[in-house]
Design a protein around this ligand. Sequence first.
Ligand code: ASP
Length: 439
Amino acid sequence: MKKVVKFGGSSLASARQFKKVGEIIRADKARRYVVPSAPGKRNDKDDKVTDLLYQCYDAAVEGKSYKKILEKIKSRYEEIIEGLDVNLSLDHEFANIEENFANKAGRDYAASRGEYLNGMIMAAYLGYEFIDAAQVIFFDEDGNFEPESTNQELKERLEHVERAVIPGFYGAKHDGSIKTFSRGGSDVTGSIVAKAIHADMYENWTDVSGFLVADPRIIKNPEVIETITYKELRELAYMGASVLHEDAIFPVRKEGIPINIRNTNRPDDKGTLIVESTVRKPRYTITGIAGKKGFCSINIEKAMMNAEVGFGRKVLEVFENYGISFEHMPSGIDTMTILVHQSEFEEYEQSVIAGIHRAVEPDYLEMESDLALIAVVGRGMKASRGTAGRIFSALAHARINVKMIDQGSSELNIIIGVKNADFEGAIKAIYDIFIATEL
Ligand code: ASP
């Protein structure tokens, strides 16, 4: 059994957190490859080391004083080293970093040091080999991740290494310059390592016990999702539910390697298992609810629209010309509605309307702003009757007016459009009918 275990910033923010992580790793021999993030916040007012590194580098490049910030960063690591009682000095590393800052080694280089140094501490603490991600994770000249060369190198390198720490978030171009993934990218590193070693499981340890059925800012103590498929996760993540970096699913998805989201502060919780597909029945008919505010709709009417070949294409072309992507497009016989992000649309509003008039000469055009979209997602919906009925009766009971309904042909989700002001109420009503009443 081989597992890759990735720990997020809050799991490694202090010596106390490091010790919890150490216990977790030692509790299971399969946890052989460790991918750490940089130290995160110890409390609400604290800073993430990655943010401090960006600040520090920017100050250094602008010729402003940066020594204080660098000292602050150094003291974060020293506190961890002392608390863990490991025999390690980072003096030499920090002298190096300072020199490289002076030589303008780049923002990516600066940010990557957070993971690099944390990885060194972690390796010393666990007695694992340290492998610098710059030697095994590759990017091309333009800064795009190179999956093939990385996979090959990692495979060869890790074949004979029983246990190793590989810092997350960064790699290097072939000229040796450091490149990072986007923020939160240690999740991606974990996934890449899991693929290369054919791991049985990729454990992603964070500070929540998995994906929640609904946003905890709207629903008090929502249930945790036990098992979710990649497809369901995509739908929910797109609608704003975030625990895992979006790109982290791609390397493992086709390899049949499940991702298990776990909580470092509650290691006995099972967390959420993310899988390609499963015969496990979801506990409730729906897997999760997520949504976003800030949409608007453009409603177009024209008699005999249905008989006009190319009508839809001409309308969508207008949006395309202004670089506006549409979210949904429900239609009737003589009507068509386009839902777009309000912020993307506002700037071009009048030009788009003029464009539609010219392209298809509608009888009537109307817009509505401040709409929210809610996705009710669940692989279980396909096999059960009455899901839509339950959603709409719950919304009717809550006196919420439904503005739009869209069910994809996969029957994996039902999208509901409501006024922004009804957003929270609608999510509560849906949660109540599917989850709270079935507990
Ligand atoms: N430390 C980096 C960030 O804050 C990467 C990560 O934590 O995954 O974005």
